[in-house]
Write a protein of this length. Structure first.
Length: 525
């Protein structure tokens, strides 16, 4: 599926793209509900009762209790913040899901947030429901309408979209377990199909901000590898779980990309709910979680009569910590990369430009440093004799950082529309600066912008523009003058568009440079 752009940035050639990934919830050949459910009035009716799980209340209750009765809860040395739970038919994933839900017995939460992947509809951002309650054969669960409204205010790409929710199983199958182990709770159901770092990070920040001071549990609904042979699934899922245990969403993305590139027969996805998992991990970290424990792993080949030729993997994972309930302050990227790592990126940028300008070929990179292999957003800026010679970047982290720097170095040297391509004779005079970016954060008011440290994005409709923090430092402009120039010169908007409702986003950078050969370097300064 081709990536879907959620914002096209015309300033300095920056492009923000949101990758879209679809997954499935049942092994091939398993039955699905015939037909789709529609919300009746203000109630979201069951869509997969009788197929994914028993449709008769007594049988459903007995099956859930049987799964739970086979599990002993683990003692976690900290407050439980989130779970990762599978969403296939109960005969396949129910015994694994029970390991997660057994942890909830005896606990209480005001709201349970379930984030899952959409299997039926495509849309940008996230999809909420407009229903007031969600029904299963065990009764109805109230939707947290206040939370829905708050999330739509905090995250502009959140909207009510019943078409996505009506036939979807990934949230519905969690509810009978929740209704069995929790006495009273409200539900905040979220679907997503855009698994990009930008969307996951923005959703995580909005959820964490809303959850602070509240009694909230997060659940990421996801199965694991889809359709490889049993032995391949066990190996792939183990490596994916190892990445989840780092509590690093970027590491999860890098790992699944690597596994998908190995050409494993019949492997269609490593983590069908990768976006929900990444968003929930990030939200949990913002709320103080610092530990992950895999409670159970199995796959459909372990189910009675399950084939081992083509399987789907399932996991139950707990995310917890000792300091939960407070959102940490915005994290700057400054200091994340060591001087040696900075030098590595600058060396790659210079070698890339020299090779491409001379031969038209892009260098291949062999890298083992996890910090440089994590997904990263960056700009590459070129100067010649203190004059700007090119600047191209990306605001969304969609590739390993070292590849982002390599590819933007080529673009800065050859594709900045403001300048002719760099010639071979200019290479000895080029100064190269790399700016590694934090995720974008939307601000409600310009008063939240600190131009001494923030880069700024302005966006209205299809028009947008970006200034790195260095612009304010080099020009000496005040905040209001800076915003006026950003709107007019970079986004093609009226100079006062920032005062009249245009969206504003901020980010921080870690910037370091390599001078023209023979001059002093600024790496690590």
């Amino acid at each position: 599926m081709k990536p879907r752009a959620w914002m096209a940035l015309i300033a300095a050639g920056a492009v923000v793209a949101a990758g879209m990934v679809l997954g499935c919830g049942m092994p091939q050949g398993a039955s699905r509900a015939a037909g789709s459910a529609q919300a009746e009035g203000t109630t979201r009716a069951p869509a997969v009762a009788g197929s994914f799980y028993p449709g008769e209340p007594g049988a459903l209750r007995a099956e859930v209790q049987r799964y739970l009765g086979q599990v002993e809860p683990k003692t976690l040395p900290g407050e439980l913040v989130a779970l990762i739970v599978p969403h296939a038919g109960y005969v396949y994933s129910g015994p694994v899901a029970a390991y997660a839900y057994r942890q909830l017995q005896g606990r209480r939460y005001d709201t349970v947030v379930v984030v899952g992947p959409s299997h039926h509809a495509l849309f940008p951002g996230i999809a909420l429901t407009g229903a007031d309650e969600w029904a299963t054969p065990l009764g109805s669960v109230d939707i947290d309408r206040t939370a829905c409204e708050a999330l739509m205010k905090a995250y502009p790409n959140a909207r009510v979209f019943e078409t996505a929710h009506a036939p979807e199983h990934c949230i519905e199958v969690q509810l009978p377990f929740l209704q069995t182990v929790l006495d009273d709770f409200k539900l905040l159901p979220i679907l997503m199909v855009d698994f990009s770092e930008q969307t996951c990070s923005a959703l995580a920040q909005a959820l964490a901000q809303w959850a602070r001071g509240r009694s909230v549990l997060f659940i990421a609904s996801s199965d694991m590898s889809h359709y490889p042979a049993y032995e391949d699934a066990v190996r792939i899922d183990k490596e994916t779980l190892n990445s989840i245990e780092t509590l690093d969403a970027a590491k999860v993305a890098v790992t699944t990309r690597k596994l998908m590139s190995q050409g494993v027969p019949n492997l269609s996805t490593c983590l069908c709910g990768e976006g929900p998992v990444k968003a929930v991990l990030q939200a949990a970290r913002l709320l103080g979680a610092n530990r992950v424990e895999v409670l159970r792993y199995a796959n459909s080949g372990n189910a009675p009569g399950g084939s081992r030729d083509r399987v789907v993997g399932y996991c139950a994972v707990a995310v917890y910590g000792k300091e939960v309930g407070t959102v940490k302050p915005e994290k700057s990227v400054e200091g994340e990369l060591s001087p040696a790592q900075q030098q590595r990126l600058l060396s790659v940028a210079r070698a890339t430009i020299e090779e491409y300008v001379r031969t038209g070929r892009r260098i291949e990179i062999e890298e083992s440093d996890p910090a440089l292999l994590r997904l990263g957003a960056a700009f590459v800026t070129l100067r010649e004799k203190d004059e700007l010679r090119g600047c191209i970047g990306v605001l969304e982290a969609s590739a390993p950082l070292i590849e982002t720097v390599r590819d933007r170095a080529i673009m800065a040297a050859t594709r900045d529309p403001r300048f002719p391509p760099v010639g071979a004779q200019e290479l000895p005079q080029l100064e190269i600066e790399v700016s590694v970016l934090s995720p974008l954060r939307r601000v409600e008011s310009a008063d939240e912008i600190d131009i001494s440290k923030h880069g700024i994005v302005v966006q209205e409709g299809p028009q947008s523009g970006v200034f790195l923090p260095q612009v304010a430092q080099e020009t000496g402009w005040s905040r209001d003058v800076l915003l006026a120039h950003l709107c007019r010169d970079k986004a093609g908007l009226p100079p006062d568009a920032w005062k009249r409702g245009a969206n504003l986003y901020v980010f921080t950078v870690q910037a370091f440079s390599s001078p023209a050969p023979g001059e002093k370097s600024h790496v690590g300064d």
